[in-house]
Design a protein around this ligand. Sequence first.
Ligand SMILES: NC(=O)c1ccc[n+]([C@@H]2O[C@H](COP(=O)([O-])OP(=O)(O)OC[C@H]3O[C@@H](n4cnc5c(N)ncnc54)[C@H](O)[C@@H]3O)[C@@H](O)[C@H]2O)c1
Length: 284
Amino acid sequence: MGLLDGKVAIVTGAGGGIGRAHALALAQEGAKVVVNDLGGDRAGGGKGSDMADAVVAEIKRAGGDAVANYDSVTTREGGDGLLWSALAKFGRADILINNAGVLRDRTLLNMSDADWDIVYSVHLKGTFYATQAVARHLKTQGEGGRIINTTSLSGLLGNVGQANYSAAKAGIYGFTRTVSMELARYKITCNAIAPVAFTRMTEDLAVVKSMGDAGKQLLAPEHIAPIAVFLASEAAAEITGTIVGVQGNQLSIYKMTQSQGVAPRSGGTWSPAELRERWAEICK
Ligand SMILES: NC(=O)c1ccc[n+]([C@@H]2O[C@H](COP(=O)([O-])OP(=O)(O)OC[C@H]3O[C@@H](n4cnc5c(N)ncnc54)[C@H](O)[C@@H]3O)[C@@H](O)[C@H]2O)c1
C-alpha cells in the first residue's frame, strides 16, 4: 500500500534534478506519473525526449507506471498538453508539481530582454498555464487535489545576479498564496517548496563546489522529494498556502511579515521630518 495509490501526478521538469526525484518518489508511493520535460539545457536552449524517457524507464523498472510528456510549459498548449497526457494515459489527474526551471543569471545592468523573458516564461507563466489547466479539471473531477509550486530563497529574500529569476520566483510566492485561497472551496491545496539542492542548476556555485562530494549527499534532491510526497498526500489535506523551505534535511517555513505599524503624531499625514525621526520605530 502506498500513500498515493490510485492518484495521478504531473511533474514538470521531471527529466532531471529535483523533478526527477519528485517523480520517482511519487511513483514509489503508488502514484502514476506524467514525467514532463522539454529536455533542453540549463539556460533554456534546445530540446529533446531523452531526459523524460529516461525517468519514465526508471519508474517502470522499479515497478511503477509513468508516461513521458515533452511539452514546454511556456505555452497554453503546453499546459493543456500536460493535463491531456494524464487523462489520455491514466484517465484522471490529482496532483500537479510545477518544478520546471531555467537559469540566466546576469546583474540588472547586463540583463537582456531574452534573459528576462525566458526565465519569466518558464517559471511564472509556466506555473500559471499548468495550474489553470489542472485546477479546472480538478474542480470538475470533484475530489479535491494538490498543487505544489517551486519558489526559491532568491525570490523570497533576493540574490545578487538573479533579478529575472527572483522576480519570477517571488511571483510564484504570490501566486501560491492567492491560488490557495481561491481553490480552498474545492478542497484543492496549493503550497510551494523553496528548495536548495545539488543539481545542474547549482553545481557550479562556489558555495556548493566548496562542499565537495559531501555537498552532493547533504543537498541531494532526494531530500526534497519526501516533502512533495507529503504535501501531495491525504496527510496534508489541511495544509495550504504554505511555503516550505527545504535545504538538505532542514525544513523551515517562510512567512511574509509586516511591522506593527504606527501613525504620525499629528493624526494627519506624515512629514519627511517625522518619517526620518521615527524610521527605526516604523521598521520595528
Ligand atoms: N537546485 C536548487 O538549489 C534550487 C533552488 C531553488 C529553486 N530551485 C528550483 O527547483 C526547480 C528544479 O530545478 P533543479 O535544480 O532540479 O534544476 P534542473 O535544471 O535539473 O531541472 C529543471 C528541469 O526543468 C526542465 N525544463 C526547463 N524548461 C522547461 C520547459 N519550458 N518545459 C518543461 N520543462 C522544462 C529542464 O529540462 C530540467 O530538467 C526549478 O524550478 C528551480 O528554479 C532549485
